[in-house]
Design a protein around this ligand. Structure first.
Ligand SMILES: [Zn+2]
Length: 334
């Protein structure tokens, strides 16, 4: 792995982030610490030279907003039609089939097939990798597994006295208020803390249960199982008490921080296991691990940009320009 120098992240409007930046980048960075050597080589092969695994993990949210990628909007969540806080339950045939274009579980299954299909051209498999890097993050955000009031987007709340909605609070506000802005330095420090907890701290005992479903030939089954882990929190915490109109930056946020951190850790650990299974047939999560340098970031090798990606990049750039100034974070609305 090559050492990537720490670059300051400009806090422009587009970097005021969501689960998009903090969650997704931390998930990807944490996962990169658990990649088997062959998996790391595979990942580098399917990233561009100027692209880190963290950049690649946030691509899907941008893509969903441009004309070329709009079809993928519903792939970022599964709308569980349960009844929180009384009943929480993800039911694949009830909750995924309603969108003609699929949900996060069907999309994960599809991309897991595509990344393994060596008859597909490089850009298609590279795109499948970027989707997988992203979906493992989103599926661990409780409100990406809930239909009620558009995954909390229609629940009005306050955070540090500012008006916002519950979905945004869970995407970004709570974690940013606990850990500062999602700069590269803070993301590395977040990943380091989570790695420490997995190795010898708070999550050391339970981490083996996180490996329970890493069967890449049953991506649908694993997707539902992971979405159910997240969805359970909707009843247990997210919507346990009435939150409409409430100020959530105090006690509510304090209680949510450990839950969010655990889900981000789980997502990163499972992402590594998933990619290792795809590439090597083993999850690589048991036994002695070769500890990586915590400053190492996996980045790509491909120099020449594919024509499809040139077009996508141009549309993303265009979209970001129009969003400057009133941008409140990247998250795909229900
Ligand atoms: Zn997303």
């Amino acid at each position: 792995m090559r050492i990537k120098h720490l670059l300051p992240i400009l806090l422009s409007a587009t970097n005021v982030a969501s689960w998009g930046f903090y969650g997704h980048k931390t998930v990807a960075l944490l996962a990169s610490r658990y990649l088997l050597p062959d998996t790391a080589v595979f990942v580098r092969t399917y990233l561009y030279k100027d692209q880190t695994i963290m950049d690649a993990a946030v691509w899907a949210d941008r893509y969903a907003h441009i004309p070329l990628g709009r079809y993928s909007k519903t792939w970022h969540y599964i709308d569980a039609k349960d009844d929180p806080p009384r009943v929480c339950e993800v039911n694949y045939s009830r909750d995924c089939a309603v969108h003609g274009s699929g949900c996060i579980v069907s999309a994960l299954a599809n991309m897991t097939d595509r990344i393994q299909d060596d008859s597909l051209p490089w850009p298609a498999r590279a795109q499948a990798l970027r989707f997988i890097l992203h979906f493992l993050g989103d599926i661990h955000q409780p409100l990406h597994t809930e239909s009620k009031l558009r995954g909390g987007n229609s629940i009005h709340v306050k955070f540090h006295h500012a008006d916002t909605n519950l979905h945004t609070v869970w995407d970004s506000k709570i974690i940013e208020s606990a850990r500062g802005h999602p700069t590269e330095r803070n993301i590395i420090s977040f990943a380091n803390d989570l790695e420490e907890r997995i190795e010898s701290g708070l999550y050391a005992e339970e981490k083996d249960t996180w490996r329970g479903c890493l069967n890449v030939s049953d991506a649908e089954g694993c997707g539902v199982s992971w979405a159910s882990d997240s969805n359970k929190l909707v009843c247990e915490y997210v919507l346990k008490d009435e939150v409409e109109g409430e100020e959530l930056s105090g006690e509510y946020a304090d209680g949510a921080v450990p839950l969010i951190e655990r889900m981000v850790a789980m997502a990163g650990y499972r992402l590594a296991g998933w990619l290792n299974m795809i590439v090597t047939g083993q999850d690589g999560l048991s036994g002695q691990r070769v500890r990586g340098n915590s400053m190492e970031v996996v980045s790509g090798e491909r120099v020449l940009r594919d024509v499809v990606d040139v077009e996508i990049d141009a549309q993303i750039e265009e979209w970001e320009k129009t969003r400057m100034g009133n941008f409140e974070g990247i998250h795909v609305q229900h």
